[in-house]
Design a protein around this ligand. Structure first.
Ligand code: NAD
Length: 545
C-alpha cells in the first residue's frame, strides 16, 4: 500500500531530435542500423516471462530491400494463445494489488529507456522493419512512445483523483479496480508507439494483457518487449504472441476470462471482432470493454481564400509522409477551381523534389509500402484509375517491386466526387483530388460529409473567418480530429487526443484519460461512521396535541 499521496513527474512531450548531418543522434542511429543489418535475429514469443520458440520460423525482411534477411520470428498457434491467457490470469492478482506508484515507475522507466539508451534501437528497428524514414521513426517510435507512457501515468493518476463528495458522518470513495479478466491487445503495423501503447495502457491500470502484434511489425515489437522487461514489468503481465490474427482472436474471444480488446487496425477486422464478441456474450464473466480505432478516409477541404503554398505543403506532407500509411493521412482533397491551377503547379513543383528509396539513405522522403499485398492492391487502384474515364493520374503512379515495395507518390484527379478512390481507404501514397466550382462550396461540403463511411481526421484551409466558422460547424461529425490551416496528421499525445467516430472507431482517444477510463471498473465504497440504531424516520413521531 502507498504511504503518501505522491506527485508524479510532470509529463512533457519528448523533444524531437533533428538527425542533421554530424549530429550525435545521426551517428548513433546509422551505427545501430549497420549493426542490425549485420546480424540475423531470432525472435521468440514471450509468455510468462519465458522466451518461447516453435518449429515454425518466419523470415523478416525490410519492405524496401526484400532480399535482405533481418531475422526470423517463431510462429505460434492456438496452444500458445491459451498459454498466454493462463499466464496473464495467473499474474493478475499480484499485479492488480501492486501499489499504483510502482506500476507507474515501470512505465516511466520504460519511457526514459525509449527516450535514452533504446532510442537508436527502437528507431532503427522501425526504419528497417517497417520502412520508415528517420524523422518519421523518431516522432513515432521514440517520442510518441515516451509520450504515451508519461502522459499515461498522468491519466492514471488523474483518474485515481476522481473521487465523490462525502456527506457529514460518512466517507465515500472510488476504488479503480482492474477489469476481471485479461485484455487482448491487437496492434497494427504502422505505428510502433501504438503497438507499445495498446498493451501498456490497460497494464498501467492494473490489467494483464495478451498482445498480438502485426506480423509486419514483429521486429520492432521485440524491442518494445525487451524494454518492458528491462523496465521491470513482472512476468505474465504482458504476454507477446506471434499467432495469426483470426487464430488468436478465436481462442481469446471464446475465453470466459476475456475482459476487453484494445484494438487499432482496419475497420473490417474490428467489425468482425465486435460481431464475434456479440455472439459469445453469454460466455463471458463480465461485459468486455471494446475499444477500437480503425480506418479513415481523411480529407483536406480548401475554400477560394486558401493560401495555395500552405495548402500544397499540407497535401504533400499530409498525404505522403510514411507513404500515406497513417490512419490520419489525407487521401481526398476538395479544391475550388479558382485556385486549382496555382495549387497544382506549386504542388507539382514540390512533389518533383521528393526523393524515394530506402530509409537507410536519410535524404529519402518516401520509402516502401509495408508488404506485397498492400503493393499489389495499390497498383491495382492506380492501374484502374489510368483506364477510367472518370479519373486521371496527374502525378506519379510508377510501381516497382523488384527490390522493395516502392510506389511513387500518386495523385489522381477525380472527375466525380464519388470516384472509388475518393471513397475507399487505400492506405498508401495515393491522394485523390476533386476540383469543385467555387459557387458549389456548400454543396461540396455536403458531398464530403456523406461520401465516406469514416470520420477520423480532416483539415480545412481558408483565410475567411466566416467560412472557417461555417465549415467547422458543417463538418462537425466528419472528423474526430479536425485541423484548421494545417495538415490532418501528426496528432501529439497530451495536445490533440486522437480518434474518430462513424466507421473510424469508438473514439476513445488514445493516450487520453477518456481511453484510460475504459480499463478500469470502479468500486464505490461508502463507510458510515455512526450507524443508525433505529429504523424510525423522524416523521413517524405523532403530532403534538
Ligand atoms: P489490420 O486490421 O490488417 O491488422 C491489425 C491487427 O489485426 C494485426 O495485428 C493483424 O494481424 C490483426 N488481424 C488481421 N486480420 C484479423 C482477423 N481477421 N482477426 C483478428 N485479427 C486480425 O490493420 P493494419 O494493416 O495493421 O493497419 C492499418 C489499418 O489500421 C488502417 O485501416 C488504418 O487506418 C488503421 N489505423 C487506425 C488508427 C487509428 O487511430 N484510427 C491508427 C493506426 C492505424
Amino acid at each position: 500500500m502507498s504511504k503518501g499521496f505522491f506527485n508524479i513527474p510532470v509529463a512533457k512531450n519528448e523533444p524531437i531530435k533533428s538527425y542533421t548531418p554530424g549530429s550525435p543522434e545521426r551517428t548513433e542511429l546509422k551505427k545501430m542500423i549497420s549493426e542490425l543489418r549485420a546480424v540475423e535475429l531470432e525472435i521468440p514469443m514471450v509468455i510468462d516471462g519465458k522466451e518461447i520458440t516453435t518449429d515454425r520460423r518466419v523470415r523478416i525482411f525490410p519492405p524496401h530491400d526484400i532480399n535482405h534477411t533481418l531475422g526470423y520470428y517463431y510462429q505460434g498457434d492456438a496452444s500458445h494463445v491459451q498459454m498466454a491467457i493462463d499466464a496473464a490470469m495467473h499474474a493478475r492478482e499480484k499485479w492488480n494489488s501492486m501499489a499504483w506508484h510502482h506500476r507507474a515507475a515501470i512505465f516511466l522507466k520504460a519511457a526514459d529507456l525509449f527516450a535514452g539508451p533504446y532510442r537508436a534501437k527502437i528507431n532503427a528497428a522501425t526504419m528497417l522493419g517497417q520502412s520508415k524514414n528517420a524523422y518519421q521513426a523518431e516522432i513515432d517510435a521514440a517520442c510518441e512512445m515516451a509520450d504515451f507512457f508519461r502522459f499515461g501515468v498522468r491519466c492514471m493518476t488523474d483518474i485515481y483523483k476522481m473521487q465523490p463528495e462525502s456527506a457529514p458522518g460518512i466517507w465515500n470513495y472510488n476504488e479503480f479496480r482492474a477489469l476481471e479478466g485479461f485484455i487482448f491487445a491487437l496492434t497494427p503495423f504502422n505505428f510502433t508507439s501504438i503497438a507499445g501503447n495498446l498493451p501498456a495502457a490497460p497494464a498501467m491500470m492494473g490489467n494483464v494483457v495478451v498482445w498480438k502484434p502485426s506480423k509486419t511489425a514483429v521486429y520492432s515489437a521485440a524491442v518494445i518487449m525487451e524494454v518492458f522487461r528491462e523496465a521491470g514489468l513482472p512476468d505474465g503481465v504482458i504476454n507477446l504472441v506471434f499467432v495469426g490474427g483470426p487464430a488468436a482472436a478465436d481462442v481469446m474471444l471464446q475465453s470466459p476470462d476475456f475482459g476487453g480488446i484494445h484494438f487499432t487496425g482496419s475497420t473490417g477486422v474490428f467489425q468482425s471482432i465486435w460481431k464475434t464478441i456479440g455472439e459469445n456474450i453469454y460466455k463471458y464473466k463480465s461485459y468486455p470493454r471494446i475499444v477500437g480505432e480503425t480506418g479513415g478516409k481523411d480529407f483536406i477541404f480548401a475554400d477560394p481564400t486558401a493560401d495555395p503554398q500552405a495548402l500544397a505543403i499540407a497535401m504533400l506532407r499530409g498525404s505522403f509522409e510514411y507513404q500515406g500509411q497513417k490512419c490520419s493521412a489525407a487521401s481526398r482533397a476538395y479544391i475550388p477551381e479558382s485556385i486549382w491551377d496555382e495549387v497544382r503547379e506549386r504542388f507539382g513543383n514540390e512533389l518533383a523534389t521528393v526523393k524515394m528509396g530506402p530509409p537507410e539513405d536519410f535524404t529519402n522522403f518516401i520509402n516502401a509500402v509495408i508488404d506485397e499485398a498492400s503493393f499489389d492492391k495499390l497498383k491495382e487502384f492506380i492501374d484502374a484509375a489510368r483506364k477510367d474515364a472518370d479519373a486521371e493520374v496527374i502525378f506519379g503512379g510508377k510501381c516497382d517491386k523488384s527490390v522493395g515495395y516502392f510506389i511513387e507518390p500518386t495523385v489522381i484527379l477525380a472527375k466525380k466526387p464519388d470516384y472509388i478512390t475518393m471513397v475507399e481507404e487505400l492506405f498508401g501514397p495515393v491522394l485523390t483530388i476533386f476540383v469543385y466550382a467555387d459557387e458549389d462550396l456548400d454543396k461540396t461540403l455536403d458531398i464530403l460529409d456523406k461520401t465516406s463511411a469514416y470520420a477520423l481526421t480532416g483539415a480545412i484551409f481558408s483565410q475567411d473567418r466566416y467560412n472557417i466558422e461555417k465549415m467547422t460547424k458543417r463538418l462537425e461529425n466528419a472528423a474526430g480530429n479536425f485541423y484548421i490551416n494545417d495538415k490532418p496528421t501528426g496528432a501529439t499525445v497530451g495536445q490533440q487526443p486522437f480518434g474518430g467516430a462513424r466507421g473510424s472507431g469508438t473514439n476513445d482517444k488514445a493516450g487520453s484519460v477518456f481511453n484510460f477510463l475504459r480499463w478500469t471498473s470502479i468500486r464505490t465504497i461508502k463507510e458510515n461512521f455512526v450507524s443508525p440504531k433505529s429504523y424510525m424516520y423522524p416523521n413517524f413521531l405523532p403530532d403534538q396535541e
